[in-house]
Structures are given as C-alpha cells and as structure tokens.
Design a binder for this molecule. Sequence first.
Ligand SMILES: N[C@@H](CCC(=O)N[C@@H](CS)C(=O)NCC(=O)O)C(=O)O
Length: 199
Amino acid sequence: MEVSLYSAKGSNSSERVEWVLNFKGIRYDRIEISSDELTTTYLDINPFGYVPSLCVDGSVFSESMAIIEYLEERFPNPNLFGKSLNEKTHIRRVCEYVNSSIHSPQNRTVLRFMRPELDESSKRGLRGDWIMRCLEKLSISICCESGFAVGNDFSVADIFVASIYKKALQHGCARNGFYDKHLMYIRANDIVVVSEPQA
Ligand SMILES: N[C@@H](CCC(=O)N[C@@H](CS)C(=O)NCC(=O)O)C(=O)O
C-alpha cells in the first residue's frame, strides 16, 4: 500500500491526519506543499487549494475529517472513535466544533478575503483570540469522565483539541490551565507522545 500525505508547514488540519497516521502505525510519505504550489500546481490534487490531502494507492482524499474517518474504517486498530455510539457521536461533535466552528473562520484564506485591511501581526492576534474564545466554551463539555476529551480513552477528539490549542499558543496566546492539563494528561501515554507530530 502506498500512502502519501500532502501537507504544509504549520498546517493544523494536516497535523491531525499526521497524528492519526502515526498513532495507527501507517507508513506514509509526507509531501510538503509550498504557498505558491497551494494556488497553482497543487490545485490538480485538491481543487479547494487546502492541505491536507491523502493519496492511498492512487485514490486522493481531502478534508481532514473525511480522511480520518476513512483511516478509522480501513485501519480500525487502534481505535480512535470511542467504545459506544454515544461516545462516537460526542467525539464527532468535538471534532466538528474544532474543524467547522473554530478552525474555518480563522483560516488564512478566509481572513485574507474578509479582513484584507489587517496586517499579518493583527491577523495572528485575531486568530489566536478566536481559537481561545471558542476553546473556553468547549471546555465545559469535555474531559468530564477523565482527562481525555471524551470518555476514558485517547480519541481523535483529543487530537483535534490539542492541535488547535497548540495553534493558539503559536499565535501568541497566553497558556490556559485547562488545556495545559489536557495536554499533560494525554502526553502521559507513550504512544500518544511518540505519534504526536513535531512542529
Ligand atoms: N476543512 C479543511 C480545512 C483545511 C485547511 O484550512 N487547510 C489550511 C491549512 S490548516 C490550508 O490549506 N490553508 C491554505 C490557505 O488558507 O491558503 C480540512 O479539515 O481539511
């Protein structure tokens, strides 16, 4: 099986997929896409101009959530979507909130279009503030049963939450006690640490 991950430096959505691939022990080649390529040659791979895309034996998939669900169905062990339908639904709830409500509005392309007057530093500030504002709301409904986001096991919800929190820190946000504790809790697990992509 040949697996290639199209990614770009600093891409939060790609980090999620990379973490899942590592956690499941799937071997892949990482293809780095430059900012120029995102708007030119890469459009043949993904017409939206977004990373990640995943190519498996010639079939190309895009959208991180769809890719991760594909990987879960094709490589169910180790499991990343919980033990019951209720858990699975809560895991998807957290992922969708991070993917759609937190990540999408602060996407570079969106900000460039919606707020062209802002310089890069103001955009970074805005992106970080938006992420932390949403994460505050999310904190009420995660890590209720254990230090993991949903239930008592590491899941893709932890991957989405940890990755977007780290992105807020990269944008210069102050550290947050709740999310630092979450990071520390999941990193107490060796396989989580080994599979976590390095920035
Ligand atoms: N919903 C998409 C979002 C993908 C996305 O926003 N990718 C960003 C990097 S994290 C990107 O390619 N940005 C390029 C740009 O905005 O120009 C997914 O989950 O894959």
